[in-house]
Design a protein around this ligand. Structure first.
Ligand code: ATP
Ligand code: MG
Length: 415
């Protein structure tokens, strides 16, 4: 029978690699907790309406990338394509925004997008995201940018640069969209089919189009930075000052608009120099909470794509190895090995014993393969005398131990 394969654009995590995920997740936790952000978890699927309204129905995500289905009750559900809309929904539904502000949240989630699978682009991938609600201050924008960079730094990643821009507020952006409409209308016939549709509804989206033709045209388009109102201009300058003051380098890119509709003012991306792909991205989204039914509340956040970080991480640490492998010969010795293993494991020691009824030689080969720090062989004579050789595999040295003294053995193995 033909084997069933994993769906295109998805990835398995194999036993030899799972420690790398634990490492990245532990660094994410540490980074977020270091600035007072608390973890939240929310459902893998939400009502489709949440993303249609939250992410915005002129975005690529909502128009072509969502995994949407009707459940058996006929309700339209969608596998989350990102975390921000759910984090806002969770906060509103649980009254978190009525408590002490700012509200600082983070999440580690898998997300689903019907993207075109290729290097660094999958249909199920993982994000680490941080969100900050209630703070209007430009230091909030700067803190989030700083946190994204800190996450990469804590992972030992180099070779990533920061791009920032301001895309203004609904007031100044309306004037900008008009100017863009006029500009792109003059080149309408050259635009891709998708962008022709964007022209009337949301011309700013065209700046984010991945088609080379549209990108080329967009190079000559008016720049948002020439349209910012005084408040947005002042805010943007203050964010840049805050970053400069802590020695953060950035490149201003007036063409950076991001793929989600909810952004206002600051947007940013951290780009991998080698591939040109964004490894983290975010910005301010002052309108979203209100859009989803809350009170007007300023907000800023970012999300980092974990899979894209993997090739950039120099050292993932190691998987824990067995502290001891207890080999045995015969049924009585196997029972004793099993009993000792149980006693040691109850003390938190990582132990393996033979489960395959193999020869001692084969067992020792296995102990070597798994990199056990210590080994011990139990046979009839060890059971009789009550003592065995405990071998330190790195040093090749052995010392006699009392096989019924679990506490003494625990002390040696802990050191
Ligand atoms: P892109 O322009 O590359 O499609 P995006 O604007 O859709 O990115 P966001 O929605 O901001 O990306 O998601 C945040 C991060 O998630 C991105 O910066 C990137 O690191 C990662 N990411 C986005 N799409 C994918 C994907 N299909 N596979 C893997 N990682 C992704
Ligand atoms: Mg995308």
């Amino acid at each position: 029978m033909a084997l069933i394969k994993a769906p295109r654009g998805t990835n398995d995590v194999l036993p030899s690699d799972s420690y790398k995920w634990r490492y990245v997740e532990a660094v994410a936790d540490k980074t977020a907790l270091s600035a007072g952000y608390k973890e939240v978890r929310f459902p893998t699927f939400e009502e489709t309406e949440l993303f249609a309204r939250g992410v915005g129905d002129t975005t690529d995500i909502v128009q072509k990338e969502m995994y949407t289905f009707d459940d058996k009750g006929g309700r339209s559900m969608t596998l989350r394509p990102e975390g921000t809309a759910s984090a806002v929904r969770l906060s509103l539904e649980n009254g978190l925004l009525g408590g002490a502000l700012p509200l600082k949240l983070y999440y580690k989630i898998n997300v689903f997008r019907y993207d075109k699978p290729q290097a660094g682009r999958y249909r199920e991938f993982n994000q680490f995201g941080m969100e900050l609600y209630g703070a209007q201050s430009p230091f909030a924008d700067a803190e989030l940018i700083e946190m994204a960079q800190m996450f990469l730094k804590n992972l030992g990643i180099n070779g990533v640069y920061l791009k920032i821009n301001s895309i203004g507020c609904p007031v100044c952006r309306a004037r900008y969209q008009e100017a863009l409409k006029e500009f792109f209308a003059s080149r309408e016939t050259e635009l891709c089919e998708t962008c022709k549709g964007r022209l009337q509804r949301n011309p700013m989206r065209i700046l984010d189009c991945k088609s080379p033709v549209c990108q080329k045209i967009a190079e000559d388009a008016p720049k948002i930075t020439d349209f910012l109102c005084d408040e947005c201009e002042t805010h943007y300058a203050a964010v840049k000052n805050a970053l400069t003051a802590i020695g953060t380098k950035f490149e201003e890119d007036p063409g950076l608009v991001r793929g989600l509709d909810y952004y206002t003012k600051t947007v940013f991306e951290l780009i991998d120099e080698k591939t040109g792909l964004a490894v983290a991205a975010g910005g301010r989204y002052d309108g979203l909470i209100e859009e989803l039914g809350g009170k007007h509340t300023p907000a800023v956040g970012f999300a980092s794509g974990i899979e894209r970080l993997f090739p950039l991480i120099p050292d993932f640490g190691t998987d824990p190895v067995a502290d001891i492998y207890i080999a045995s010969m015969g049924d009585n010795a196997a029972q004793k090995a099993f009993t000792i293993a149980d006693g040691l494991r109850k003390n938190g020691i990582n132990v393996e014993t033979d489960l395959m009824a193999r020869s001692v030689k084969a067992q020792m080969k296995y102990a070597d393969k798994i990199g056990a720090r210590y080994t011990m062989v139990l046979g009839d004579s060890e059971l009789e005398t009550g003592s065995a050789d405990l071998r330190n595999m790195a040093l090749g040295e052995a010392s006699k131990i009392d096989i019924s003294d679990i506490e003494a053995l625990t002390t040696i193995l802990r050191s």
